[in-house]
Design a binder for this molecule. Structure first.
Ligand SMILES: [Zn+2]
Length: 117
């Protein structure tokens, strides 16, 4: 039973990521954000952490791309971009932009663990 579920989830995730990759290439980031959040909720509810995390990464990627298009001034100051939580800079860490700051992939993981408890 669990094996069948895994197989279905694998196939579902494969289909999702294929469509997200295409959507990102075609500048349809909003679809990736909406679909990614829906997938995140589904995989979270079904306790499939790998898929849950991977869905979030796609959402973050899409948000990053949207923000870079909306806030072009952030691109110019790329060397001064640093994580608002730990101070980490690119390319050592991957940064995602929020409304009032940036967060790195490591801090996203740490916060995820904190909020899960
Ligand atoms: Zn950080």
């Amino acid at each position: 039973m669990a094996e069948t579920t895994d197989l279905l989830s694998n196939r579902l995730f494969e289909n999702l990521t294929t469509s997200w990759e295409i959507a990102l290439r075609e500048n349809r980031q909003r679809e990736v954000i909406l679909g990614g959040i829906a997938a995140y909720c589904y995989f979270h509810e079904s306790k499939q952490l790998n898929f849950e995390t991977a869905s979030l990464i796609y959402v973050r990627q899409a948000i990053d791309e949207l923000l870079q298009a909306i806030l072009p001034q952030q691109q110019t100051g790329k060397t001064s971009r640093r994580c608002s939580f730990c101070g980490g800079t690119e390319p050592k860490v991957r940064l995602a932009a929020g409304a009032n700051g940036l967060i790195c992939d490591s801090c996203v993981r740490t916060l995820g663990e904190v909020f899960r408890q």
